[in-house]
Design a binder for this molecule. Sequence first.
Ligand code: ADE
Length: 250
Amino acid sequence: MDVHVLTLFPAMLEGPLRESIVGRAVENGVVRIRIHNIRDYAHDRHRTTDDYPYGGGGGMVMKPEPLFEAVEAVRSLIGEENGRERAEGAHVVLMTPQGEVLTQALVEELASKSDLVLICGHYEGVDERVVEHLVDREISIGDYVLSGGEIPAMAVVDAVVRLLPGAVGDGQSIEDDSHSTGLIQFPQYTRPAEYRGRQVPAVLLSGNHEEVRRWRRRQSLRRTQQRRPDLLEKADLSSEDSALLAEQEG
Ligand code: ADE
């Protein structure tokens, strides 16, 4: 996969994207991430990327020209590297609190694309012509407002890249993730078996794989019921799940 991030603050992304699973995925050639400075596509003397809103009101609005030119330049680059078809199929996303809220299902959809172009919005917003004519979708990472789209873009890159084949060693750990099952994850423990008088649940030490599986499923269901009843309502529960939920604590 190729990811292109368009930002006014490249340094916000450069360090973090070199670390951890994403950094290793880049090193191993699982994903290529290029960061482009939107300011490079502003041509006036001051390289202006924002302006006052028509109609008045506070704040500044990101101008359309640098964003259109930046996306066009990225499409040309994708075309040169991979052919026209991929350039045309590039998925262009604007990070904005007005977008659809990111979910694991949306992350999975994005992970199936060959070319992702993420635009980090800033100031009070982005000229609506960008939204209407340049981007395929707008994505929010939650119902709160950050000062810009850089951290949201990093969240998208992180969530997407770890799903790519070869990014995470153990396929099972991805399948067990909170949310990939529609439920939140069961509690995890590692050694020591006793720490400060607190024991790891005996079933996890038992070596009985079927009992471990049932215990984890029950924990996931209970936690989801307690913490995220909205998710449990949407979940497709089996008859075993209903039985596990009804079981006594243990
Ligand atoms: N830009 C500012 N806040 C944001 C959010 N919550 N999600 C995506 N982009 C943003």
